[in-house]
Design a binder for this molecule. Sequence first.
Ligand code: GTP
Length: 428
Amino acid sequence: MSAPVDTLTAAAAEIASARKDMLRIATAGSVDDGKSTLIGRLLYDSKAVFEDQYEAISRASRGDHVDLSLLTDGLRAEREQGITIDVAYRYFTTPRRTFVLADTPGHVQYTRNMVTGASTADLAIVLVDARKGMLEQSRRHAFLAALLRVPHLVVAVNKMDLVDWSEGVFTAIRDEATTFAARLGVPDITVVPISALAGDNVVTASQNMPWYDGPSLLHHLEQVEVVGDANVADARFPVQYVIRPQSDAHRDYRGYAGTVASGVLRVGDAVQVLPSGRTTTIAGIDGPAGPVEVAFPPMAVTVRLTDDVDVSRGDLVCHLDDAPAVTQELEAVVCWMADEPLRGRRKLVLKHTTRSVRAVVTSVHHRLDVNTLDHDVEAGELGLNDIGRVTLKAMQPLFVDDYARNRVTGRFILVDEATNATVGAGML
Ligand SMILES: Nc1nc2c(ncn2[C@@H]2O[C@H](COP(=O)(O)OP(=O)(O)OP(=O)(O)O)[C@@H](O)[C@H]2O)c(=O)[nH]1
């Protein structure tokens, strides 16, 4: 039985109050587009930086402007190499919201980090250098954001000071970005002209671009609506651990711990456990601070069931009438991240929610050209950072939804059997 509508509304309201204050952002830009400077500017102008830190970087900066990229680059080991490698998470808060910012590097070979950083993001900021316009990299970043179904896209056209704050330059880039985003099916795009170095339109409105009447970047980040993006309809609870205390006092306790992937679970709900299909009822839900009546994403809880059904790690608890597809054959868009190409008959380990199964790629249908969005059906393989459509056969059943409907149960990663390295990410 699904949760009744009033429960969904209540859950949406609870998610709203829990989430209204938080926005997860992924940033992407090519090398030197000014990502570090932009993040530094956001931190500084939103007062997330202490004055003494600012004085230290003022002293270290050369030229007219304080080099805010020192704030974000300061801790990076890549300083010597001059490149950014891993995804770094930063937090900052304004009176309106808390922001979790995944800083993903721009180099083409690091697509993998972008995939990691953006897969849970509410919003992606793609930085573009006003002098260069939409490059292949910018398109690639926008494409990945769309592929990962990041619901909101911002294209920040940076270094407007270097094009004399030209409205014409901005309009041309905005039109190109908007057209490309429309082809990708991006539901929401905002294009903002900024100067991260001088601070124009980052937090406060620019005096230099009176022709722009949209919001500043931070203002947009503070007001963008994300509550409606959550899937509150389909209850999906992948079991991570079975909890069965050994002590005599708790000998009868058996609970199933995990994170609610989507939807709403409520005490008393009739549920089924996949793959067995056994039906039972939720006897209780334990949160970190004690029992709760309702659980919704992304709460980590322990669920107790009324019947003593056999449940193990990797099983899925869902309602009776909206179960996911149970399948061993998967057709997916895969982003390949290993040096040696992906070809048919390749054996891999597929990790989907809390389940790991062996799988084999049965065919590579096409490779996608990120610039033209054309399908190359002749390719027959995917090289490093290629994206394409493949079919896989899993050795055990998986409980899946379309990625478009569910960003948690609709994605998986591919791991090399021998090295245990992540070699691919897939969207169903
Ligand atoms: N004139 C001007 N220069 C800028 C602006 N934003 C950044 N820069 C400069 O551009 C250069 C690159 O900026 P970064 O912030 O380090 O670039 P990045 O994209 O973080 O580079 P990686 O860390 O290598 O990915 C620096 O010299 C900045 O001072 C801007 O709005 N105007």
